[in-house]
Ligand binder design. Structure first.
Ligand SMILES: CCCCCCCCCCC/C=C/C(=O)SCCNC(=O)CCNC(=O)[C@H](O)C(C)(C)COP(=O)(O)OP(=O)(O)OC[C@H]1O[C@@H](n2cnc3c(N)ncnc32)[C@H](O)[C@@H]1OP(=O)(O)O
Length: 289
């Protein structure tokens, strides 16, 4: 018997059911965490990770820890590919949960940023094939995490990009570097100095995303096609090639760890930035944009 977790909504409440599934009949392995739903299709051996933290899949410490740990489990299970998407059509993630930034406690900020970086690095550095199905808005942290994947498809009429500058914050240099890898230095310079959010079409034209799809279902099947297209590529050679193409970025990010964490703690932990964050939260809540 397999034990599976099934989450359903009844009268607006999320209900978690433990299912007992005979191994013989199972086509899905399911080991969801609190905020990330996971299913592995036994036939394709592909995992789908769905961010599931209402209201906007904000990236708090718990989500990041769960995500990192699930990726480690999937590496151990040697799945053929991982598809990352949202359980809520319309929002991949609202980025960092701003509540995590509303503190001047240096130890907490350091812990958060270390976890944030480690989770990004885990995704960026995994030997597994990863495809982001961006089925909704993906500002700031959401854009950053999708750039760590090997391939990105996105549904129409949503926004993606690093909007930190618009909020009065400064995005980390490695986010800028990663976006520059995809769209070129000049376009990244314009994007980050303006805090630009791109529409799906604009992001596609620039190369920030690889393909446009009409809806989540098409995104998931496109992602599976991408994963299948690697089926005949020798696995070890693909993994080493991935590592080599990413090594330079990785080395720089790891070399700059201390500086990056210090900058984050000083920047976010300053009274001036705290005021900016507070004002932004108020605007967000009253929808005054
Ligand atoms: C000097 C050198 C420095 C170097 C290093 C420094 C590094 C600094 C790093 C800082 C990097 C920051 C990265 C980030 O990710 S910051 C977060 C950026 N995200 C956003 O700006 C997104 C904001 N949200 C939205 O635009 C919309 O909410 C969204 C499009 C995602 C969804 O819209 P929708 O209309 O569907 O939903 P609502 O706007 O009504 O939101 C629902 C509730 O959720 C709250 N909310 C939304 N986003 C966040 C968030 N990111 N964190 C916390 N809460 C969020 C929103 O207020 C609503 O709450 P209420 O229902 O209570 O009103």
């Amino acid at each position: 018997m397999f034990k599976g977790i099934c989450r359903e909504t009844h009268n607006g409440n999320m209900v978690t059911k433990i299912l007992k599934i005979p191994k013989f009949f199972t086509c899905i392995r399911n080991f969801s965490s609190e905020n990330v739903l996971v299913e592995v299709n036994n036939k394709t051996n592909t995992a789908i990770l769905r961010l599931s933290r209402p209201p906007v899949n904000g990236l708090n410490l718990e989500v990041l820890n769960e995500f990192e740990s699930l990726l480690s489990q999937l590496e151990q299970q040697k799945v053929n590919g991982v598809i990352i998407t949202s359980n809520k059509e319309g929002i991949l993630t609202g980025g960092i949960d701003i509540a995590e930034l509303q503190t001047i406690d240096q130890r907490r900020l350091k812990k958060y940023w270390t976890t944030f970086r480690d989770t990004f690095l885990k995704l960026y550095n995994t030997p597994l094939l990863t495809v982001a199905v961006i089925n909704g808005h993906s500002p700031a942290g959401g854009c950053l995490f999708s750039t760590a994947c090997d391939y990105r498809v996105m549904t129409r009429n949503y926004n993606i990009g690093g909007n930190e500058t618009q909020l009065g914050l400064v995005a980390p240099i490695w986010f800028m570097d990663r976006v520059a890898d995809l769209i070129g230095h000049r376009q990244a310079e314009l994007a980050f100095t303006q805090g630009k959010l791109f529409s799906t079409d604009e992001a596609h034209k620039l190369g920030l995303i690889d393909e446009i799809v009409e809806n989540t279902a098409e995104g998931l099947s496109k992602a599976q096609i991408i994963i299948n297209s690697f089926a005949n590529v020798p696995k070890k050679a693909r993994e080493i090639s991935k590592r080599f193409t990413r090594q330079q970025f990785l080395d720089k990010m790891i070399r700059d760890t201390d500086d990056d964490i210090r900058h984050f703690v000083n920047h976010i932990g300053s009274n001036e930035t705290q005021k900016i964050i507070e004002q932004y939260m108020q605007k967000l809540k009253s929808k005054r944009f």
